[in-house]
Design a binder for this molecule. Structure first.
Ligand SMILES: O=C(O)C(=O)Cc1ccccc1
Length: 398
């Protein structure tokens, strides 16, 4: 039977961590408000531009969803990405870096990018695949991808995307996601028949939407939904998006805090071309992400992976078990992973049995190296996805 099960980011995010694979400062996770209000206009880390509607525009070009650099406007048939060749440099706050995200200006991913790298230039893309392809092709320095949430667990489709590319995790960031119900000015809640948003947002607000008795329609992203309401003057439709998107596009907020659980944290990864351009600071706790493919047939392999880490006192912060072998019902397709260590060109390989693992400690920590070597003895394939500083903060953009 096809299934996935996981241990993932959850409410224990704020609990102290018992073991570390390497000595570290005993910093406990903190709760950070990353947004502030200046002159009545919300800022994300001091970044604010006027949008055409007189509201705050997050993206640098002052035009919603359109960027023109080098006289070109289209990547993958879409006009939301700027074309330019980058060097991958950039200051510590991301100044000089271009970060691709899925969605229109005002999407949560854009807030996450701006919080992780306040000085960066954000580059909107139609789809997550476009954002990753833009890094692959050297058009931007990073892509940002939501990979898991406390309410829904691992975003498997985004993990699938990540594994198909020769990219590394350079940074992580956790964001509190507050959802609002937005509508065109003057529209009342009783007039709303349909709600549109990113599938994750619709899922996170499932109970609230059931109570409202409205139809749900998934669209590419939350801010894109807002943009759609505005440009089509939709009067029977509302969008789920952030309060900042409401301000940016001049919509009314019909309801705040629509998410079914008040604790709604999404974890985002910033991806770059290898090798990672970001060194883990000496005073930071490192984290290593990897994917382990195995032959399946038994869950013993999960125990062996747990033992490889626990016998060395290495904490794991994620273990997602994917078994896509046929059985009862429709089998899911195997996970496609780019084998970057293959002789010759990197090869896309299909694996039905896969584990996604995050552990504490750096990939070059002798204990972590030993654990990976032990896993390699019984696994079919192991790929380290990145080693980066663990971000113990949870940022709140409200
Ligand atoms: O649609 C957006 O705004 C995104 O950035 C994707 C997303 C959707 C819901 C929660 C976190 C990220």
């Amino acid at each position: 039977m096809a299934y996935t099960s996981s241990l993932h980011l959850s409410k224990h995010l704020l609990l102290p961590k018992p073991h570390r694979a390497r000595p570290s400062s005993s910093r406990s996770p903190s709760f950070v408000r990353a947004a502030r209000v200046v002159n009545g206009a919300p800022h994300v880390n001091g970044h604010s531009k006027k949008a055409p509607n007189g509201k705050v525009q997050i993206n640098g070009d002052g035009k919603k969803g359109a960027g023109v650099v080098n006289g070109k406007t289209h990547v993958n048939g879409h006009d939301r990405i700027h074309l330019s060749v980058t060097t991958g440099g950039g200051g510590q706050d991301g100044t000089g870096l271009r970060v691709a995200y899925q969605g229109a200006p005002g999407a949560y991913s854009e807030f996450a990018a701006k919080t992780a790298l306040p000085g960066c230039e954000t580059v909107p893309c139609r789809a997550f695949a476009d954002a990753l392809a833009a890094v692959d092709r050297g058009l931007v320095d990073r892509a940002i991808l939501p990979v898991e949430s406390t309410m829904e667990g691992t975003a498997l489709r985004n993990y699938d995307l990540l594994l198909r590319h020769d990219l590394v995790v350079a940074q992580e960031i956790n964001l509190f996601v507050h959802y609002c119900l937005l509508a065109m000015p003057g529209v009342r809640a009783t007039e709303v028949r349909r709600v549109i948003s990113h599938p994750m947002a619709l899922a996170h607000c499932g109970r609230a939407l059931a109570r409202l008795g409205v139809d749900r329609e998934p669209v590419e992203d939350t801010a894109g939904a807002v943009e759609m309401l505005r440009s089509n003057m939709m009067l029977d439709t509302a969008a789920i998006a952030s309060p900042r998107a409401a301000d940016l596009y001049g919509l009314d907020v019909l309801a705040h805090g629509l998410q079914d659980e008040s604790w709604n944290v999404t974890r985002f990864l910033l991806l770059s071309k290898p090798p990672s351009p970001v060194a883990v600071p000496v005073d930071a706790d490192a984290k290593t992400s990897m994917v382990v493919a195995h032959r399946g047939g038994s869950m013993a392999v999960v125990l062996k992976v747990l033992s490889a880490f626990s016998s060395r006192n290495i904490n794991m912060s994620k273990l997602e078990v994917i078994n896509n072998e046929g059985g009862v019902g429709e089998p899911r397709p195997p996970v496609m992973i780019l084998d970057t260590g293959a002789r010759g060109a990197p090869t896309l390989r299909a694996f039905p049995h896969v584990l996604y693992v995050d552990c504490e400690g750096a990939a070059d920590d002798p204990l972590v190296r030993e654990a990976i070597k032990e896993i390699e003895k019984f696994a079919v394939f192991v790929r380290v996805l990145g080693c980066y500083a663990a971000d113990t903060n949870v940022y709140d953009l409200q």
